[in-house]
Ligand binder design. Structure first.
Ligand SMILES: *[C@@H]1O[C@H](CO)[C@@H](O)[C@H](O)[C@H]1NC(C)=O
Ligand SMILES: *[C@@H]1O[C@H](CO)[C@@H](O)[C@H](O)[C@H]1NC(C)=O
Ligand SMILES: *[C@@H]1O[C@H](CO)[C@@H](O)[C@H](O)[C@H]1NC(C)=O
Ligand SMILES: *[C@@H]1O[C@H](CO)[C@@H](O)[C@H](O)[C@H]1NC(C)=O
Ligand SMILES: *[C@@H]1O[C@H](CO)[C@@H](O)[C@H](O)[C@H]1NC(C)=O
Ligand SMILES: *[C@@H]1O[C@H](CO)[C@@H](O)[C@H](O)[C@H]1NC(C)=O
Ligand SMILES: *[C@@H]1O[C@H](CO)[C@@H](O)[C@H](O)[C@H]1NC(C)=O
Ligand SMILES: *[C@@H]1O[C@H](CO)[C@@H](O)[C@H](O)[C@H]1NC(C)=O
Length: 231
């Protein structure tokens, strides 16, 4: 029974994902997100609902219902079905707003519009809320190899490294791009110095660290950061 429900839910979510009309909305946690219906929406809309898929395919949790009550739809009479005050509604363009978005607000949202003939149209939104990329923890190590070369290992890991990408630069040249891969291995000439930078980013923010690497490193200069920036 539960197995079947799970399978149906997965099929349903797969169906939603498969809708190439699902509009992707990406936001930074703590900020206000707006989901707006397409501009092509018919003018003769009588009522709309914003909802989220529930635990089973036929279940929805209704965030709000708006009904046009007067003839000209001027006094847009809308009712919030949800007690969560973080949701809001912009009557002019039927947009849903999410105040101070959080990661758990990520997922699918459905906008259902009913026109004066009772015809229903759905629009699906896929929302992803990301946190700021955290402060990177930088480590570096170097090892002298045969033949006047040096093996360097650099690491630039962030606390909650979910879905972050790492761009590595030597000087200003991009040398490696890796998703979910915080460590760089490189070889340089012995007795040389190089400037490396890691840029850790997700869809909404990034931070970079620049540091000088001497090989072989002496204990005083084992590692030194030049500076940092974030965006
Ligand atoms: C809005 O609609 C509700 C129920 O649909 C109704 O009880 C209420 O009187 C309406 N408000 C206005 C201002 O028309
Ligand atoms: C929707 O309306 C709000 C408030 O009038 C406005 O700030 C926003 O830009 C509008 N969005 C679109 C897509 O028209
Ligand atoms: C989409 O609209 C149809 C009517 O066209 C309705 O029966 C169905 O429940 C809606 N689906 C969702 C996911 O809201
Ligand atoms: C690096 O410097 C050391 C000490 O100055 C020297 O002995 C060594 O030959 C140098 N190696 C290279 C590859 O220049
Ligand atoms: C991570 O990013 C990929 C691609 O941008 C996306 O498909 C996936 O849903 C994301 N995962 C999470 C947990 O945000
Ligand atoms: C990142 O890599 C770690 C270890 O390899 C893994 O446990 C984690 O699931 C990965 N995260 C993503 C979002 O791919
Ligand atoms: C790191 O960020 C600073 C500030 O935006 C920028 O000037 C610098 O070029 C960045 N470094 C790299 C290698 O992208
Ligand atoms: C870091 O990477 C992000 C995503 O690719 C990019 O938007 C940002 O400009 C980069 N920052 C620097 C300083 O290169």
């Amino acid at each position: 029974m539960w197995g079947l429900a799970l399978v149906l839910t997965l099929l349903f979510l797969k169906g939603l994902q498969g809708q190439d009309s699902a509009k992707r909305v990406v936001g930074l946690s703590g900020t206000c997100l707006r989901l707006w219906p397409p501009k092509t929406l018919a003018k003769n809309i009588e009522s709309v609902q914003w909802k989220r898929p529930g635990p089973s395919p036929s279940e929805f949790s209704v965030i709000l219902t708006w009904k046009c009550e007067s003839d000209h739809c001027k006094d847009k009479n809308w009712t919030l079905n949800h007690l969560n005050k973080r949701f809001g509604f912009i009557t002019q363009n039927l947009s849903l707003t999410i105040q101070a978005a959080q990661q758990q607000d990520s997922g699918f949202y459905i906008f259902e519009a009913t026109d004066e003939h009772g015809k229903v149209k759905n629009y699906t939104f896929q929302v992803s809320v990301f946190d700021h990329v955290g402060e990177p923890h930088v480590l570096q190590d170097s090892k002298v190899l045969e033949g006047g070369r040096c093996q360097v290992t650099l690491s630039c890991s962030v606390p909650s490294g979910d879905n972050v990408s790492y761009d590595w630069y030597r000087g200003s040249v991009l040398i490696e791009t890796a998703r979910n891969h915080s460590t760089l291995e490189d070889q340089i000439d012995a007795n040389s110095s190089h400037i490396y930078t890691c840029n850790v980013s997700n869809s909404v923010s990034w931070t970079n660290r620049t540091f000088i690497l001497h090989c072989p490193g002496d204990s005083q200069r084992k590692w030194s950061t030049l500076g940092s920036n974030r965006g």
